[in-house]
Write a protein that binds this ligand. Sequence first.
Ligand code: SAH
Length: 354
Amino acid sequence: MVEDAGQPSYRAKQLFQALYTQRVNSADQVSTLPKEFRSMLADEGISLGLPGIQKKFISFDGTVRYLIELADHETIETVWMPQGDGGEAGDGSEAGAEIEAHNPRSWRRATICVSSQVGCAVNCQFCLTALLGIKRNLNAGEIAGQVMAVLQDQKVSPPDERVNLVFMGMGEPFLNYDNFIKATRLLVEGVGLPESRMTVSTAGIVPRIYDLGAESVRPKLAISLAAPNDALRSQLMPINRKWNLEQLLGAAREFPLRNREKITFEYVLLKDVNDSPLHARELAELVRGVKCKVNLIALNPGPGIQFEMPEQNRVLEFQKILAGANVPVFVRRPRGRDIYAACGQLKRTVEMAT
Ligand code: SAH
């Protein structure tokens, strides 16, 4: 937009910094911008500011789920997940961790989960966002704006080294690649959030994995597997028919990791579908030789989803098998179940109720 207006691209960064870190709400207040540019923005009626928080749900565990309204009245979800001061590790994902009531003032770390699209086109069978279909891509300002809106609401001034960011909300970031990368740059260069604290998750858009590897500024990479073989994965995640596991794991093996970096494989566990000891052994074999960790996520069930949550002992057995094969493996704690915090659940539940 800034370039369309005949302005150099660094103006976008200046604008972003002013809007998001100095919290101005009109271009007129941005003294670093040339006068003509400021009045052009005003003349064209271009309004500036953060996306608005339409609804906010607070869970007993501290998770806050935001329904965010965009300029065209579409809504997306953004989630704030604090981890307490009870000695929990990084992403709060260690096995067997109890869900604790949360004291909002005592968080040591927090993760913000942002959306990249309104809805999603990938159609994973266990995902609620899939049921919404795809409405549109978010632009870079809308992606980065979610982070700033949440930080502002949580009264956190960026850069804050306790804040992590995951592109794991609604949508497939790699089907909106350019805007996702632009948003990353705005957040890293404009706001000062470190790229090492950001993770992008993909359902497996293989060519974009190679693209990400070539970026000079990029988040860490997570890949959603959900199945250890092509037959099952093609059923659960139709994208596997386009790029199969051999192509996907090939891209993972070739991905240029930074110092001490690992790829995360996410594996959502579905009762009696992909949670057997045999699946665990197959998964260990599949990821062998990749510098990685595996995050196991018990299904967050929801309306319209035909799968069930696995038994807790199956989850632990699955984890044990991977750990026994020397694969670092974590069980992700369910967060905010009482406020419909499964992927896409809030928007869908609100839509179904209205
Ligand atoms: N499109 C991207 C990012 C959004 S999904 C991707 O597929 O990776 C983020 C994570 O949530 C993925 O690992 C996905 O497998 C998982 N997920 C989706 N629906 C879920 C559900 N109902 N319960 C638990 N995890 C789910």
